[in-house]
Structures are given as C-alpha cells and as structure tokens.
Design a protein around this ligand. Sequence first.
Ligand code: NAD
Length: 334
Amino acid sequence: MDLKVGVIGTGAIGIEHIKRINEKVQGAYVTAVSDINVEQAQRLANQIDAVFFETGEELIASPDVAIVVVTSWDPTHEKYVLEAIKHGKYVFCEKPLATDSAGCKRIVDAEVKAGKKLVQVGFMRRYDRGYIELKEAIETKKFGEPLMLHCAHRNPTADENYLTPMAIINTGIHEIDALRWLLQEDYVSAQMILPKQTSFTHEKLHDPQMLILETVSGIHIDLEIFVNCQFGYDIKCDVVCETGEIGLEDPAYTHVKAKGKNYTKIAPDWQTRFVEAYDYEFELWVRSIQTGNLTGPTAWDGYAAAVTMDACGKARDTGERTLIQLPECPALYK
Ligand code: NAD
C-alpha cells in the first residue's frame, strides 16, 4: 500500500520534494502539508488534493500521515523530528538535523530511547552517481589507500543574507558528511583559513574560505568554499590515492562546438547539479521504509556533522587547529 506523506515547510525545496514524491517516486504520495505561510500552503494543498494543517504537530499526529518530511527553516527541524519520533513515525529531515550539536544529540538520545531508527537526514550527495563511484574505488582499494582529498564547493553568487558562518553551516556541511561517508572515517581536527577576499562579497561574508580536515587515519582534506565565484555551481572532489587519483566529473549530457571553441556547460545551481541524486534519495527512502530497514544518513550522521561544524566555527574564530571528538557511537547506529 502506498505510504501517506506529510510535508512540513512548503518553501523552495519543500515544493520540489512534494513534486518528486507525487510525480517520480513509486509507493508514496503527499496527503498533508503545513507551513506558517498559511495562504501559500493552503493553495498548494488544494492543488495537490492534500489536507492543510495549521501546525506541524497536528500534521505529525494525523492518522492520514504515515511518514513525515521536514523542509521548514533550520531552527524548526529539531522540534518536528522529536515530535515524529514521539509518534513512532519515520521522518526525513532536510539538513541540518538541528542548528547545533546539542540539538542533534537530543534527537539521537530520543531515537535511541525509542529503540528504532526513524530519522533520515537529507545529505543527498551520498546518492550522486559520481560520489558512489568514488566510494566504490575507495572501498575496493583499486588505487591503494586514499591519502589526500582536494575539494571545492562553489556557488555563483550569494546574497546579503549569507553570512560568514553559513559557509560551513549551509554549504560545507554537505562535504563534511559526504567525505566522512566516502572514507568511512571520523574527523579528528579542523582548521580554517581565510584567504584574500573576492571583490564580489559583502562586509559580513568572508569569501572564499578554506577548511582543512584530518581523519582518524591521517587523511588530509582541503575544501575550498567560494560562494561568489560568478561562473556557476561547481563541485570538485579529487581523491589522491597511493597509485592513482579519482575525481568527480562535471555531469553533462551534451557538448557544444562553435566559434572555435569546444565546451560543456557548468550547472547554474544545486537543483540542476544534483537533481538525480535527490530523486534517488527519495526513491530509496520510501523503499527502505517499505522494507523496514532505513539505509540513509542517520541521526548519528547528522550529529557527527554538527560536531564537526561546531569545531569549524571555533577554528575560524581562533585561527587554531581544533580537535574533534565524538562520544561512543550508540549500538543502534553501528
Ligand atoms: P524556504 O525559506 O524556501 O522554505 C522554508 C519554508 O518553511 C517556508 O515556506 C517557511 O514559511 C516555512 N516555515 C518556517 N518555519 C516554519 C514552521 N515553524 N512550521 C512550518 N513551516 C515553517 O527554504 P528552503 O530553501 O526550501 O530550505 C528549507 C530547508 O531545506 C532548510 O533547512 C535548508 O537548509 C534545507 N535545504 C537543503 C538542501 C539540500 O541540498 N539538501 C537544499 C536547499 C535547502
């Protein structure tokens, strides 16, 4: 039987996920929505033949909702995820799981107490074909041990509301999770470098920024975060191993030969670059719930990313290499 989905937060990505669930994913459809923007959410509910709920809590409690998607603003994630756990309902929460590591830990503790994995975090890089191939090469040791990773996360432009800490909290967080998953290793330290700035930034945003992460076995990662690069949405991940290097290609389905040039396009935004990853992420989420075995990024992964994120903030403020320490991983996540 198809799963009834309730979506909390019907903004940009909420609408995309609703379309994805209703039009692409097998085995689920959206029956309920909720948003503090009542007029817009009510209109959307009418369009897709779903019920509108005044509050996320009412939506979660509804017998017409079997599983929950949280796509509201970051500071609201924690309370909705905790509420879903309280009702024993599977919940997909867009990143970040909570705004800091303490909030993520409260979710981990609630889930451990419930004794069942119910939470999946929206770290969709894990569903990208390129990252999946990188992971296979690393796991099979095709080119020996990985030693260093050179990565970049570039956006064409960022507006006045995008501030210095968001380079990690909103942007670098994707790499923080994806690289830990690729290498199957936790981080031990973070260091932040604030290089010469682009003239395209504003007073409250240091752009670009560099993050250096070190893993338990000593692998070093350098990540450039440059959100006003002007030329497109550009993701790089080159893994240097003992006998070879493997890196992400820019996905392109066509190339152009004209006026003496031969080129492919760069994706303009994350929606275009990762559309297939988002689709696959939801397809597998629904399938894993149907089989009763969640396989995606867990609340523990959300917590580990948040601990790293907190360390990056400290490293930026102090200019020092900051140690990262996770407590013992609960058995539920092993
Ligand atoms: P948005 O501002 O377009 O939409 C957020 C919606 O949440 C708005 O409609 C707002 O009215 C609603 N909202 C706020 N507080 C609420 C509450 N208490 N209850 C119910 N609804 C509430 O933002 P967005 O770009 O759609 O981002 C939403 C979330 O998705 C953010 O947490 C963001 O970090 C995450 N996100 C993840 C990715 C990814 O690549 N995985 C990409 C984009 C956004």
